[in-house]
Design a protein around this ligand. Sequence first.
Ligand SMILES: [Zn+2]
Length: 334
Amino acid sequence: MVQWHKDIAQLTIPTPFAVGDVHVYVIRDEKITLVDTGAKTKEGWKTLKEQLTAIGLSVGDIEQIVLTHHHPDHAGLIDSFPQAEILGAKEGERFLLRDEGFMKEHDAFYTSFFRQMGLPDAFFVLIEKMKEPLQILGNRGLDLKLDHQQKIPGASDWRVINTPGHAQGHISLFRSKDGCMIGGDMLLEKVSSNPLIEPPFNRGGERPIPQLQYNQSLKRLLDLPISLLLPGHGGVIEQPHPLIHHRLKKQHERALHVKHLLAQKESTAFDICVRLFPQVYRKQLGLTLSETMAQLDYLLSIGEIECADQAGDAFIYKALANEKELEYEQGFNR
Ligand SMILES: [Zn+2]
């Protein structure tokens, strides 16, 4: 169904993922611009075409597509608009192109990362499983790589705000004249965004720390006068600043819970994952491992835990006996 938010059309497309439907947006500016596309399924494509028709457009009318990030529910259908230029952040393009070099790098990165996390051998099939959603992701490069604060050519009321964390190349679009933001998966009404672990953008570089990037991105949004946030999933968010504070505070509390588990027993990341998600870790291994690593990375950054042993294959984490645990407000300013 099409919903209008001011002059922006919100189209809602089904996806085969647990997250449910995805919203994509049509902006009519100097160019007719589609923000995200939906997933590459029969159902997704049919629904997208129908909803374009409902607002008086055909597939051929779309002149450019801006991607908030490269995930298959957002960038699945880019191949279906051969006439349109594709705009997005440079960090996501490797997933769109999926050349042999990158796929090798992808596998090597997760192999060594999962060893550090202490994942038992039996679970390494996850690396192959993680690639399955890529089958319904579009497969073409970017025509234009967008930078932070850049005005979007063809939609020049809108500016790019880099918001990495959920994906390395995640961007949001902001229109300062009325405070509208198209936020992709940066901030969702009902659920917290998962800071997913990706291979470093620079081959062989340091692993990105997505939870810290994500918190910085949330703080970046707090500096903008956003009146209406149009998300990739779920309800629109009016005046999102209180929700942002809530998300930051909840994450801090989740992290302290992980610290308490470590205070009972030094552990690998995988052990913590099993204790945090005893029911779902097998089914949702990728997501629960990223969520666990996110809390460990955060606790390391605020000095509440240490990585006690990096000598073996798997890293062992240990709680530090601080006199007083850091309060959320103190952690916030780090
Ligand atoms: Zn996503």
